[in-house]
Design a binder for this molecule. Sequence first.
Ligand SMILES: [Zn+2]
Length: 233
Amino acid sequence: MVEYTLKRSRRRKTVALKVQQQSLTVYAPYGVAVASIEHWLQSKQEWIKLQITQQGQLIQQQQQPMQAMQINLFGSPLTLSFATGKKTLVHFVDEAMLPNLHITISTRVQNKQAMYQTQLETFLHDQLESYIEMRLHHFCDQMGEALPSKLKIMVYKRRWGSCNQRRELTFNLLLVSAPQWIIDYVIVHELSHLKYLNHSSQFWSRVNQYYPQYKDASSWLEKNGASLQWKFE
Ligand SMILES: [Zn+2]
């Protein structure tokens, strides 16, 4: 029997259950005996276990590039290989179906693990930067905006981008693992802040004008944001 929390209520007429954050709560009216609740739970075992595992996967879905030997690049897996050699070298083979990144670290480097990570992050940073630069030109042109004064890419914990009064735009490096239509949304979002430094209805209508599927993109980020993170271990 799985563990559960029992919540009784006078108003309730039927027994119900809810799986949230990997734990099970059973709601029941006062008159129902624990034995019959548990008997009923028994018949739901399979379903409950499935819900709990699925939620676990959602929580732990962040990427582990050093273990999995892959990382998502613009929404598709990029195969990684690591080696040591005479020189530190990063070689990107951009084959349509099977893109590969070979990272070679010089045998003279002391902390090879740290160097692999630095090289990988530098590569991802450059990929995202060139994509965003290209799209900034496109969207600024469409929106009649001058190019931002500065473009920065860094790792944020809780935001995808930012914009300030000096027209400096910053984007989260983790976006490099998202599909390009998601990155486009974040670009239009931040560019719309050049006119409205808030989330007013005028702001959202500007986003909508230049990126009509913004609601899909923002709910994609809400659902999948955690999977864009990576950790080195
Ligand atoms: Zn915003």
